[in-house]
Each structure stands twice: as structure tokens, then as C-alpha cells.
Design a protein around this ligand. Structure first.
Ligand code: HDD
Length: 712
């Protein structure tokens, strides 16, 4: 059984997978037919009047084949066009009955099937994965009570407070309408023009320019429902709730130079990473977290809990982890599943309800509306990936692409011909009853006063960043605002972010040729939220990838020990060399090369290892590609390891001097700035331990000053 089959087998017992089975089709070993089932004798030549003559109208096979092809595309999503979907399941840890009656959150033994689609927001369907952008993280739970969609992002706040501005922010950030430039990027005038005219964007911009917007992997991102929802329990008691996904591998990011290079070298980097991980059985896992507030606590905070530009700091309102999602199945067909899946925050089940968050209220209109145009009519719920596992019974009929053959002559309510069936369900029968929130007020087009503080939490975020994270944000401002042509906009960015932090504004100004603020401002906020810094995340080397640089004449004993230890730690390794094929060690052992320098680069790995073997090292020293590989990995703050003669290659690279002091004489492992070396040893145990520890740190920001001197 191959890996792909295995991953499907593991979700075999899942009800949704069972349902999809009816629609899966293999075409192997079959005779070719038209869509009418008529066998086709020749599909390579159209029917012509003479073999050099014109094609005939009566060639029904030609016309059907071309017509179908001409209609193969559907409109891409107006936002989140580029995405990647996977199957999995969710299990609650213990009954949440105290807080919600949602059935899928009651019984820890129930596995609820899910389909998750990760996405970027701004780029078109063919854009690169690693651009600076928000990532979508939408989950469809196929519960026994119907579908529940948690349509989340990897950033906990949003650009705007009211959904009526959504078309404006999207128009501003999308490529400019005259020349459709730039693709998948916020680094242009119209976006920053919108920002400086819309102070409520300040907090979101801080997140967007942080490392969060360039994730290392979909497997290493948090997810946030952003909007405030409600949990309702069996007694009808309501609580406000915010949803979180917490990845068990921690939250990790690329560096900007790496992200840009990956966009060229492997535009599919994130989808490939997820596809490969699932096929290898390294199933990504995320815990579902909830922050809950009693209704009476609504006004206890210095922010409005309905304002989607605010977080509920985890230090004040803790995240309770209530269950785990495991992603264990790749799709069979991208279009049928990933492209046709339709999410909607209004797909809720009893026990989950809405709040008056004005962004959420608008979203509740937009998603159904967009599916109608994108999927061509009101029957998109019948597309296999969208079908609930719960039965559907109602009087809705007809429309484009109707699949169901409704048998009764009755399609209205009330009716007596059918005993008024299908009948509304009572609450005890599981009927969805909206929470009876008391609402009062004049009709106004106004924003609440409690939504007017746009800077305090932007400052809180800035205060929470580590030195390296702050530096990355400043560099991101230099790139983004540095790409803006209009000088006034640049100046206004500096002035606007002076409200967040004076130092930040001064540093932005220095990089983009604007005037630093005369009076360094700061909202006077010193508070921070350690939970938002990636420095405080889970540190684990599992599922990371190591590049092993080798040439003929390597030391097999060293390489095999290191490779075995890596595999045992759940780390993947790949041999990189000038040419593909087999390499031979000093003692005649052979290893197969996985990639050569033209098909890969250091940017695709988390760490580099250089093994000993004089002949191998002598050859590597003459290769610019190998030296560049090391320099670049060093510049991107990755773990680098070298054993015995391997150290000589580091000495020939631009990182010379790091971790090599005494390396000539001592048989002990030296670790300096994430560079790990050892000489004069044959047992690799201590080295690999340190090397794996180094990789678990993700990156070694301590190199900040030294790496600037590396010309990679
Ligand atoms: Fe949205 C898609 C997440 C605000 C209107 N949104 C979409 C997707 C995600 C989000 C993950 C992709 C779903 C998929 O993979 O198919 N959106 C969010 C979050 C928001 C948010 C977390 C802030 C809380 N969105 C938002 C607003 C509006 C929309 C304010 C409109 C008023 N979003 C849409 C949409 C999309 C969409 C136009 C495009 C494709 C789709 O719905 O199915 O309706």
C-alpha cells in the first residue's frame, strides 16, 4: 500500500469520507466514452471532410470535448483565491455541556469529520504561497446536527471594524486596477493610502508586518475566529466566545528574504509542505481553544469586546483548550474538493450563535452571496464536499444543477396533504433557536464611541515583541512603505505609527526617506501580552527538514549515524549534491542524492549538515553553490552542523570564525550562534543531540549583527 492510500485508509471510518466514497471515481482500464456514455473510437482526429478538409459540425464528440473544456473554469474567490484543502477529524477533550449544547462538543469518543482550507487572501489562484499576507484557516465540521464552519484567519484582528468597508480595503490591497500590479502584495500606493486614511487599521498592520504574515508552514500557524460569537448551553444561558486554533508544533515563520526567494523557487512551498507531511503520516494537529466571557462581563474591559480590531489578551481572558483536530487526508481532486468547498460563518449549529460585532454581521450576508455567483446557483450545498452528513429535508426546489430528485408533489408549508411535513423541529428535537438577545436603539449610521481607540492594542502588540521580532517589523515597514511612490503617503505612515510608538516611527522614517516625528509619541502604554510573541511558542524539531551536503568520498559512518538519529527524532533529511544519482563514500558505500543545487536551495530546509570525508569536502570547497547554501542558511538564522573535515567547509564560507574556536583540537561539541561543530570523534551521539536541540529553536536571532555581513 502506498503512502497516499494509507492516509485515506486512516479516515475510512469517518462518516464524511464514507459519503464521499459514492462520488469518487477511477477511470483506469476503462474504454473511453462521451458524457452520454457512448464509446469513442478516436479522440485524436476531428471528423473532417477529407483528411485535409474542414471539421464538420456533426462531430458531436469534438464539440462536447471542446465545449466542456471551454467551461472548465469558475470565478476564483474574490479574496482567499489561492488555497489548499485537507481532510481530518476533530475530537473534544471533555464535554462542554456546561457552556454549549453543540453536539460535537459533548462526547470525547466522537470523531467529527472536518475539511480545512488554508489560503492566502490577496493573491490570485496562481500566486505564490510565501507572500506577506494574512492566511485563511477555514474549517468545516460535518457534525451530526449539520455543518458548522469556523472561518478563521491566522491573525486575531481585522483591518476594519464594519463590513461595509470590506470592498474598500480589498480594492485598496488588490493589484491596482490600471495595470494589475503588484500581484499578492500590500506594498503599493493604494493600500497605504487606505491605511493612512483609516486609523482603525493600525493594529492589524502591526500583525501584517510581523513574522505572522510569512508562516513557515500551515502546520505551524495559529487560527483565530476573530469575531465574537456566543455559546449557548441547554439551559439557554449564553456566553461570549472567541475561537482559537493552537498548532502543536508551535507558531513559526520564515524570514522575508527567504519568503521572497521561495516565491520564485517553489511557489507551492506551503501546499507542498502540507501535502508531503500528510502523505508521510506526520499529521498536523491543532488544539481548539476558546476564550469565554459571561454576558455580565461585557463592559469590564478597556476595549469593546465586539470590536474585531481588538484581541482579548490571553493573560486576562485565558484560552481554554477544549479539543484537538488532526489533519490526516489529502484530497483526491483539487477542483472537486478544494475549489468547490464553500464556507460561511453563518453555517452554525445549535449551541453556537452570533454577537453584534458589526464585521461579523456583514460577513453573515457576504459568504452565501458570493457562493451563488462562484458556484453558479443555490444548489452548491449538494456538491459532495459541501454536503452535510446530517439529512436535509425542506421545500426548497429546483435551480441550476439540482441533483436531488424530490418525489412529493408537496413543496410548501403549511400543508395538509403531507401532514405538514417536513415539519419544524422543536428545540428539544434539535431545532435551531436564535438567542433572544434584547436589542434597542435608534436606526443610525454610526460607529460606537467604544470602538474609537485604534492605537492602544497596536502599542500592546509592539511592546510584546522580542528584539528580533521588532527588527523584522521595522524591516517590513521599510519594504512595504519603501515601495510606495507617493511621498505624502510615506510621511503620513510615519506620523500614523508615531501613535503606536515613537521609536518605531523614527525607525520607519529613517528607512523610507521621511521626516521623523518632531515629538516622539507613544500612547503611554507599557502593557504587553507575552502570548502574542512567537518567542514564547512551542519549540520542537519534529517534522523539520535537514539538507546534507555531500560529494563522493564522504564519511559514511558519520552520515548514517546522523541520518538515523534525525529519523528517530522525527526529522527528515535529504542529500544535496551537484548532480543527481549515487554518491560513493571513502569505504565504498553508496547513498542516493535527493536534490541537486538547481532543483533546490537552502531556503527549502530548516537546517544544514556537512559531514566529514576529505575528498567530499575538497570537492564542495570548489563549489560556489555549496558555499552559497551555507552562507544563505546562516543569513536566515538556521541551524548549521558540521563534523570533522566538514568544519573546513564552514571555514571556507562567509561564516568563518563562528563555532570554530578550538575546533581543531577538542573532541567536544561546540555550539555558537546555532552553529554546531565537533572534530576528532567517530560517535555522533552528542553532536546530533545538540544539532536537534538547535533545530528545535527554529532560528538563531542572536546572529542579527553578524548575518548582515553575509552576502547571500
Ligand atoms: Fe472573509 C472568504 C476569513 C472578513 C467576505 N474569509 C474567506 C475565507 C476565509 C475568510 C478563511 C476563505 C474561505 C475558503 O477557504 O473558501 N474573512 C475571514 C475572516 C474575517 C473575514 C477571519 C474577519 C473576521 N470576509 C470578511 C468580511 C467580508 C468577507 C468583513 C465581507 C463583508 N470572505 C468574504 C467573501 C469570501 C471570503 C467574499 C470570498 C470567498 C468566499 O467568501 O467563499 O465572502
Amino acid at each position: 500500500m502506498d503512502k497516499k492510500q494509507q492516509s485515506h485508509t486512516s479516515i475510512q471510518k469517518n462518516t464524511k469520507n464514507h459519503q464521499l466514497e459514492d462520488y469518487r471515481k477511477s477511470h483506469g482500464e476503462q474504454l473511453l466514452t462521451t458524457n452520454q456514455g457512448v464509446r469513442v473510437s478516436n479522440t485524436d482526429d476531428s471528423l473532417k471532410a477529407g483528411d485535409r478538409g474542414p471539421t464538420l459540425m456533426e462531430d458531436f464528440h469534438f464539440r462536447e470535448k471542446l465545449t466542456h473544456f471551454d467551461h472548465e473554469r469558475i470565478p476564483e474567490r474574490v479574496v482567499h483565491a489561492r488555497g489548499f484543502g485537507v481532510h481530518g477529524y476533530f475530537q473534544v477533550y471533555e464535554s462542554m455541556a456546561e457552556f454549549t449544547k453543540a453536539k460535537f462538543l459533548q462526547d470525547p469518543s466522537v470523531k467529527t469529520p472536518v475539511f480545512v482550507r488554508f489560503s492566502t487572501v490577496v493573491g490570485s489562484r496562481g500566486s505564490a504561497d510565501t507572500v506577506r499576507d494574512v492566511r485563511g484557516f477555514a474549517t468545516k465540521f460535518y457534525t451530526e446536527e449539520g455543518n458548522y464552519d469556523l472561518v478563521a484567519n491566522n491573525i486575531p484582528v481585522f483591518f476594519i471594524q464594519d463590513a461595509i468597508k470590506f470592498p474598500d480595503v480589498v480594492h485598496a490591497i488588490k493589484p491596482e486596477p490600471n495595470n494589475e500590479i503588484p500581484q499578492a502584495s500590500a506594498a503599493h500606493d493604494t493600500f497605504w493610502d487606505f491605511v493612512v486614511n483609516t486609523p482603525e487599521t493600525a493594529h492589524m498592520i502591526m500583525w501584517l508586518l510581523s513574522d505572522r504574515a510569512i508562516p513557515r508552514s500551515f502546520r505551524m500557524m495559529e487560527g483565530f475566529g476573530v469575531n465574537t460569537f456566543r455559546f449557548i448551553n441547554h439551559q439557554g444561558k449564553a456566553r461570549f466566545v472567541k475561537f482559537h486554533w493552537k498548532p502543536l508544533l508551535g507558531v513559526h515563520s520564515l524570514v522575508w528574504d527567504e519568503a521572497q526567494k521561495l516565491a520564485g523557487k517553489d511557489p507551492d512551498y506551503h501546499r507542498r509542505d502540507l501535502w508531503d507531511a500528510i502523505n508521510m503520516g506526520a499529521y498536523p494537529e491543532y488544539e481548539l481553544g476558546v476564550q469565554m466571557l459571561e454576558e455580565e462581563e461585557e463592559f469590564n474591559f478597556d476595549f469593546d469586546i465586539l470590536d474585531p480590531t481588538k484581541i482579548w489578551p490571553e493573560e486576562i481572558i485565558p484560552v481554554r483548550r477544549i479539543g484537538k483536530m488532526t489533519l490526516d487526508g489529502n484530497v483526491d481532486n483539487f477542483f472537486a474538493e478544494t475549489e468547490q468547498v464553500a464556507f460561511h460563518p453563518g453555517h452554525v449549529v445549535p449551541g453556537i450563535d452570533f454577537s453584534n460585532d458589526p464585521l461579523l454581521q456583514g460577513r453573515l450576508f457576504s459568504y452565501l452571496d458570493t457562493q451563488l455567483i462562484r458556484l453558479g446557483g443555490p444548489n452548491f450545498h449538494e456538491i459532495p464536499i459541501n454536503r452535510p452528513v446530517a439529512p436535509i429535508h425542506n421545500n426548497q426546489r429546483d435551480g441550476y444543477h439540482r441533483m436531488t430528485i424530490d418525489r412529493s408533489s408537496v413543496s410548501y408549508s403549511p400543508n395538509s396533504l403531507q401532514g405538514n411535513a417536513p415539519m419544524p423541529a422543536s428545540e428539544t428535537e434539535g431545532g435551531y433557536v436564535h438567542y433572544e438577545e434584547k436589542v434597542e436603539g435608534k436606526k443610525v449610521r454610526q460607529r460606537s464611541q467604544s470602538f474609537q481607540d485604534h492605537y492602544s492594542q497596536a502599542t500592546l502588540f509592539w511592546n510584546s515583541m522580542s528584539t528580533a521580532e521588532k527588527q523584522h517589523i521595522i524591516e517590513a515597514f521599510h519594504f512595504e512603505v519603501g515601495s510606495v511612490m507617493d511621498k505624502q503617503i510615506k510621511q503620513r505612515v510615519v506620523d500614523m505609527f508615531n501613535n503606536v510608538d515613537g521609536q518605531l516611527a523614527a525607525q520607519i522614517a529613517a528607512g523610507v526617506g521621511a521626516t521623523p516625528p518632531a515629538n516622539p509619541g507613544n500612547a503611554g502604554i507599557t502593557a504587553s501580552s507575552p502570548a502574542v510573541s512567537q518567542e514564547n511558542t512551542v519549540k520542537d524539531a519534529k517534522t523539520r527538514k535537514v539538507a546534507i551536503l555531500l560529494e563522493n568520498g564522504f564519511n559514511h559512518q558519520e552520515v548514517s549515524q546522523v541520518m538515523e538519529a534525525l529519523t528517530a527524532a522525527g526529522v527528515h533529511s535529504e542529500i544535496i549534491s551537484k548532480n543527481l544519482g549515487m554518491l560513493t563514500s571513502v569505504d565504498g558505500q553508496q547513498l542516493e542524492v535527493g536534490k541537486n543545487y538547481v532543483t533546490t536551495g537552502s531556503i527549502k530546509y530548516d537546517a544544514v549538515y556537512i559531514a566529514g570525508g576529505q575528498q567530499s569536502i575538497n570537492t564542495l570547497m570548489m563549489q560556489g553553490d555549496a558555499l552559497h547554501f551555507i552562507n544563505e542558511a546562516f543569513k536566515h538564522a538556521k541551524t548549521i552542523g558540521a563534523t570533522n573535515e566538514g568544519i573546513d567547509l564552514l571555514m571556507a564560507s562567509a561564516i568563518q570564525g563562528v563555532a570554530m574556536a578550538g575546533a581543531d583540537t577538542q573532541a567536544q561539541v561546540i555550539t555558537e550562534m546555532g552553529v554546531i561543530t565537533v572534530r576528532n570523534v567517530t560517535d555522533m551521539k552528542n553532536f546530533t543531540k545538540e544539532f536537534i536541540n538547535g533545530m528545535a529553536q527554529h532560528r538563531h536571532w542572536i546572529r542579527q549583527n553578524k548575518k548582515q555581513m553575509i552576502p547571500a
